[in-house]
Design a binder for this molecule. Structure first.
Ligand code: SF4
Ligand code: SF4
Length: 216
């Protein structure tokens, strides 16, 4: 059973991008280079380590491994991500070579154009950066936390202990964070995960029907 919030996608190997690059993979590479959400803690807080893989992991990833039940994982953001993967052509974790998000699959299936995918990445990245900045101001921290860590802190915040202006600011940030999370799930994660999310939204069934329709 995968951990919640963990990259797991063994069923859809990423096409080999080196050395036999094809026009299609070039499009995927361009999209991924503009994105990085699966490496930088925007989409996931951890990624799976395959059985027996631990001893072969790059050193900085190896230092971030853990185990939950039977499943080994490493935590994200990845230390090798600096605007892009800095070890792309070197040996990486297996999940790094096989993960393809829903956005890439939708482009490959002509359900989205690459321009639309780029636009989604741009909009999501802008929203995320604004939330990170607003979080730093409201939380009064200078460290740049990943979006997933911020979401965890916001959703675990004890609002009753806050002054009214800070409580209002936190409520607004929580709403913005959860809206962005829903959109990220809609565009980047498997359909079932978005459907689960929709099913768990505590709204009246009529409204839920409309939300569901609008996002399909
Ligand atoms: S989230 Fe998708 S588009 Fe973004 S870098 Fe990962 S695989 Fe590429
Ligand atoms: S090694 Fe590269 S592809 Fe793998 S998680 Fe880190 S930055 Fe992403």
């Amino acid at each position: 059973m995968p951990l919640p919030g963990t990259i797991t996608d063994p069923e859809s190997p990423r096409p080999a991008v080196y050395p036999d690059e094809t026009p299609e993979t070039s499009v995927e590479q361009r999209i991924c280079l503009a994105c990085g959400f699966c490496c930088d803690g925007t989409l996931f807080d951890s990624a799976i380590v395959e059985p027996g893989e631990r001893d072969r992991l790059p050193v900085k990833i190896s230092a971030r491994t853990g185990i939950s039940g039977q499943q080994e994982y490493f935590t994200l953001p990845c230390p090798y991500f600096q605007g892009k993967c800095t070890i792309y052509e070197k040996h990486k974790a297996e999940i790094c070579s096989c993960f393809r998000c829903r956005l890439l699959k939708d482009v490959a299936a002509n359900e989205l154009t690459s321009a639309e995918a780029m636009q989604i990445i741009h909009m999501a990245g802008t929203c995320r950066n604004e939330i990170i900045k607003a979080f730093q101001e409201v939380w009064q921290v200078t460290e740049e936390l990943s979006f997933r860590l911020i979401l965890d802190r916001l959703n675990g915040a004890e609002l009753n202990d806050q002054t009214e202006p800070r409580r209002r600011a936190l409520r607004l940030l929580i709403a913005r964070g959860n809206i962005l999370d829903t959109l990220l799930t809609r565009y980047f994660k498997p359909k079932q995960e978005f459907n689960r999310m929709k099913a768990s939204v505590p709204v009246c069934s009529d409204f839920k029907g409309k939300v569901a329709k609008g996002y399909e």
